[in-house]
Write a protein that binds this ligand. Structure first.
Ligand SMILES: Cc1cc2nc3c(=O)[nH]c(=O)nc-3n(C[C@H](O)[C@H](O)[C@H](O)COP(=O)(O)O)c2cc1C
Length: 174
């Protein structure tokens, strides 16, 4: 399916929904970008992640979806705790770094341990600390549900957005 086909006002996705079409059409759902961090007791780990969702207020649950191919998630899982660092608009290079497997992701990145010991990245828009409670298998990804233990936000910063494979920001009108 070409870009013009799925961009038509009357466009329909014709089955089967192959991976390229899934990526292209689901890419219209604009999201923020986060870096999920954790610590295995020896060193910090993290990966860029857009699949963060607020699930429940009481109890306070969030979720995110690590790919089975993620090399850092199994190491983060060992610690049982995460920090979801919501990236600010000027943190595109941080996003790129944490989306590169095998890289020394924390080199040249300023961070400090949060209350649960997981890395809080300097300059992040918000940080959500949580304990991992459930993990479900869902195709080629997992769905992790974590109980929130700490919340911090910087209301003077603006979010990095991910839309159709590209990045942008928003202007906030009060
Ligand atoms: C904007 C953006 C969003 C991403 N969202 C996810 C996601 O929700 N889940 C996931 O597993 N990987 C996601 N990735 C891909 C991972 O960051 C990437 O595969 C990374 O290399 C994984 O690193 P690791 O192998 O060290 O875990 C995303 C990448 C980008 C650039």
């Amino acid at each position: 399916m070409s870009t013009s086909e799925y961009a038509r006002p009357d466009a329909r996705v014709i089955s089967p929904p192959d991976p390229a079409t899934m990526r292209a059409v689901l890419g219209h759902f604009c999201t923020g970008v986060a870096v999920i961090t954790g610590h295995d007791g020896t060193r910090p780990h993290g990966f860029a992640c857009q699949s963060v969702t607020s699930v429940s207020l009481d109890p306070p649950y969030v979720s995110f979806c690590p790919a089975h191919t993620s090399t850092s998630w199994p190491l983060i899982r060992r610690g049982g705790k995460v920090c979801i660092n919501v990236l600010a608009v000027d943190q595109r290079s941080i996003c790129a770094k944490f989306a590169t497997p095998g890289a020394d992701k924390f080199a040249d990145v300023s961070w400090a341990p949060g209350e649960n010991g997981c890395p809080v990245l300097d300059g992040a828009l918000a940080s959500i600390e949580a304990d991992v409670e459930f993990e479900h298998v869902a195709g080629d990804h997992g769905i992790v549900v974590a109980r929130v233990t700490g919340l911090h936000a910087h209301t003077d910063r603006h979010p990095l957005l991910f839309y159709r494979g590209g990045y942008g920001g928003i202007t906030v009108h009060d």
